[in-house]
Design a protein. Structure first.
Length: 426
């Protein structure tokens, strides 16, 4: 009983919950922006589902029932985008979680005829996520106080129980969804004779022209895909209780939903479903994966700790290192040059990086190494590659050579880079 209580009063799946928050938040941002040019047509007061018909058929509630004003519509729609972005970034995740669910629910109620199934899953999961601590990782909120984990109080224990219950509700929802759809398919004649996928891929509204055509013309693909779908959905829940079969289900689910995306074009549905998958891994498994990634992808970056610009830049870059793959070290610190065998002159001229292979990169290439390992900087990776191919290193050197540094115990004011060696010996 003590072990059960000890497990119950500790929060689990914190890393997975944070990843799920990010994925569902990004889903909503994408959904808002995807329909942004036609927002008035889909949800506006005079759109395809007029305001009076919406009020007449409203089941529960929606923020859009506040009035038919076009100005109010625009304000609420853009407010929804702001809330979705804040939720994705982890700003006040509990409060934003409630507001985000209200806005997504209201959007579905405003026009219930344009969803693809992913909307329903997202509304259910977002409701359960209100109970979950989704801001423990990858969040811009303030870190949790140390005494909350070292000396848990009754309130922390209650919060842990609620958190764990919320996660279990989400996993139960996912399992019941797969089981029910699998049983429903198993009773269908087309699924029993192995031809259902053929007819699904022939539906023009939900197919990728060219890709779907080549798929449904292959009898092996159709038969294996039909039976494989039923087996995956029926076996998903029972196979979660073994570690290795659970890993197999995660991979199979990824392939399954990727196939839905490619062949049927249901991007938002597949995205919303796979957003729940991070909860299938425990915190310990994530920590093991992170340790492996750090061994393989870990990077040590050497910067100039006497340069205020460099220090500020490193501080900002550190915030983008969500996976903690980059360790920033000032080569000015005592013993660093000797320990890592650095060329002090080279480190003074350019920022340097060393990966697990031991190869030393400098300047723009080192910046590329940092961007590759920092998820928010991934959009900048092509820019760094192009800059490195053209004249990025020369531009970097031109900027670096003109930077100012502060020598401890040296110059009274700012020292140009070229004077650092003399100033340091004064």
């Amino acid at each position: 009983m003590k072990s059960v209580a000890g497990w119950l009063f500790r929060e689990h799946w914190l890393i997975g919950a944070s990843i799920t928050r990010i994925m569902l938040g990004a889903w909503a941002v994408y959904y808002y922006l995807l329909h942004y040019p036609v927002r008035s047509l889909l949800w506006g007061p005079a759109g395809i589902w007029p305001y009076d018909r919406f009020i007449e058929h409203l089941q529960l509630f929606s923020v859009w029932q506040l009035g038919p004003s076009p100005v109010l519509f625009e304000a609420l729609f853009h407010l929804g985008i702001v809330i979705a972005v804040a939720y994705t970034l982890g700003l006040w995740p509990r409060v934003m979680g409630v507001l985000h669910w209200v806005m997504i629910w209201s959007l579905g109620e405003r026009n219930p005829f344009i969803g693809d199934g992913g909307d329903n899953i997202m509304r259910i999961v977002l409701l359960f996520l209100i109970l979950v601590n989704t801001g423990a990782y990858f969040s811009l909120k303030s870190p949790r106080p140390a005494d909350a984990t070292l000396s848990p109080t009754t309130s922390h224990q209650v919060a842990a129980v609620i958190h764990n219950f919320g996660v279990l509700l989400i996993l139960a929802q996912l399992s019941m969804l797969y089981m029910s759809t699998g049983l429903y398919k198993a009773m269908g004649e087309l699924w029993q004779n192995g031809t259902a996928l053929y007819y699904i891929l022939r539906v023009e509204e939900f197919s990728w022209p060219g890709v779907a055509d080549s798929a449904f013309r292959s009898p092996y693909f159709v038969v294996l895909g039909t039976y494989g779908t039923v087996l995956f959905e029926l076996l998903f829940f029972p196979l979660l209780f073994n570690r290795w079969t659970r890993y197999a289900m995660i991979v199979a689910g990824g392939v399954f939903h990727l196939g839905i995306t490619l062949f049927m074009g249901l991007v938002t549905f597949a995205w919303s479903m796979f957003s729940i998958y991070p909860l299938l891994l425990t915190d310990r498994e994530y920590e093991g994966l992170t340790a492996w990634l750090r061994r393989r992808l870990g990077l040590v970056v050497f910067y100039d700790g006497w340069c205020p610009l460099c220090t500020r830049s490193i501080r900002w870059l550190g915030r983008f290192d969500l996976l903690s793959l980059v360790r920033f070290v000032s080569f000015r610190d005592p013993g660093v040059v000797e320990r890592y065998g650095l060329d002090e002159r080279g480190a003074e001229r350019r920022i340097q990086s060393v990966g697990w292979s031991g190869r030393l990169h400098e300047g723009i290439t080192a910046m590329l190494d940092i961007a590759v390992r920092s998820i928010p900087l991934w959009p900048a990776v092509p820019v760094f590659i192009i800059c490195r191919m053209i004249a990025g290193q020369r531009v970097y050197d031109a900027i670096a050579s003109r930077r100012l540094i502060l020598v401890p115990g040296g110059c009274v004011g700012h020292c140009p880079l070229g004077e650092t060696s003399d100033a340091g010996g004064r």
